[in-house]
Design a protein around this ligand. Structure first.
Ligand SMILES: *Cc1c(COP(=O)(O)O)cnc(C)c1O
Length: 367
């Protein structure tokens, strides 16, 4: 038997316990966790040197359900538990559904998810199903699905756990705390994708709270990236039928519009849009350069950063944190539908060698 002294492994306690001192008391004491948060800030030296910056990746895909949504969801579901709720409801482009389903399973609550039919990736639907949520696919986009979820929460005792629920941002702001502690201060720039506009505001709240507490002496400039075709904040007007392959940010009327624009303005940042082909190129580069696989919405932030660095808007030598909001495995079709798998060969050595050599995969066969 290992003695207590030898049991050196101490897991990160999760968002509520790990950041207790900086969270609202009404949730910080609720013992709900899947050990979300505490994600690594991974140095990205190859991609960083291409862009001439000191680049770090906040890898939120390492959360329990594979996206940053877990930080906010543990807080929102803890709030629902504390308030005696039995059911939570959300509209979702996928990651909110996966996370709400997981945390309500953990908490013993029922979970109802309104999904824009056909606009959610397979991995995310599979997660919500397995965690036992009740799924209601609706013939509409995310914006209408959110209206319906709000109406349901207004007319029934179910608690809305979309980012309109302020506890979501309360949980999500903890990512800013972790970035600041990992770097020993704020970066010069923080770059992240923007869909409904909750997360960008949450980061801004988190950095401001740490500055007020005297833990950091300044806040970063915050740069939001949208997908061209789903870029209402860039255009300055809502988009009735948003379109992008980056389904997690396919939103035309962000509920968090004002909060997102405030975060950008107050931090001295900006918002820009990149197209789907830039998104896929950035995803592939991130994976090949750094070994980190992010879903398309997250790769949008990488593509936006590359644009700004090329324009000189992010000066050489700046410290930059790129938030990779979701794991690439959430949406394997986004890879496979564009890739060409090599032909199957016979299980004979010469065939293998020929196939491997064609791709240049074998440096020096020595035969
Ligand atoms: C939800 C989500 C976003 C967008 O976050 P908002 O708070 O809606 O702006 C970006 N990327 C991924 C992977 C997401 O799941």
């Amino acid at each position: 038997m290992l003695s207590a002294h030898e049991r050196v492994y101490r897991p990160w306690p999760g968002v509520l316990a790990g950041h207790r001192a900086y969270l609202l008391p009404e949730i910080s004491g609720v013992g709900l966790t899947l050990h979300e948060g505490g994600t690594p800030l991974v140095a990205a030296p190859r991609l960083g040197s291409r862009l001439g910056i000191d680049l770090h990746l906040k890898v939120e895909g390492q959360n329990p359900t594979g996206s940053f949504k877990d930080r906010g969801m543990v807080a929102a579901v803890a709030g629902a538990m504390a308030g005696g709720a039995r059911t939570v409801v959300c509209a979702s482009t996928g990651n909110t559904a996966a996370s709400a389903a997981a945390y309500s399973a953990r908490a013993g609550l029922k979970c109802l998810v309104i999904l824009p039919a056909g606009a959610v990736s397979a991995g995310k639907v599979a997660q919500a199903l397995v965690y036992g949520a009740r799924l209601v696919p609706v013939r509409c986009g995310f914006d209408r699905a959110l209206e319906l979820a709000r109406e349901l929460a207004a007319r029934t005792p179910a608690v809305l756990v979309n980012s309109l629920n302020p506890l979501r941002l309360e949980g999500q702001k903890t990512a800013a705390f972790e970035v600041a502690s990992a770097l020993g201060g704020a970066p010069d720039f923080l770059v992240l994708p923007v869909g409904n506009g909750g997360n960008i505001r949450a980061y801004w709240l988190g950095f401001q709270q740490y500055r007020r507490a005297g833990l950091i002496d300044r806040c970063p400039r915050i740069i939001g990236v949208q997908a061209l075709g789903a870029d209402p904040l860039v255009r300055g007007e809502p988009i009735a039928e948003p379109r992008t392959r980056a389904t997690a940010i396919c939103i035309g009327r962000p509920a968090g519009w004002n909060g997102a624009m405030d975060a950008i303005r107050e931090s001295g940042g900006t918002v820009l849009a990149v197209d789907d082909s830039q998104i896929f190129a950035a995803r592939d580069l991130l994976a090949a350069d750094e070994g980190v696989f992010a879903e398309p919405a997250s790769a949008a932030a990488a593509a936006g950063l590359a644009c700004l660095a090329e324009r000189g808007a992010v000066p050489c030598g700046s410290t930059v944190v790129l938030v990779l909001t979701g794991h690439g495995l959430k949406d394997p079709d986004a890879v496979l539908e564009r890739a060409c798998l090599p032909p199957v060969v016979e299980p004979e050595f010469p065939a293998i060698l020929a196939a491997a050599g064609d791709g240049g995969a074998v440096d020096d066969p020595g035969i």
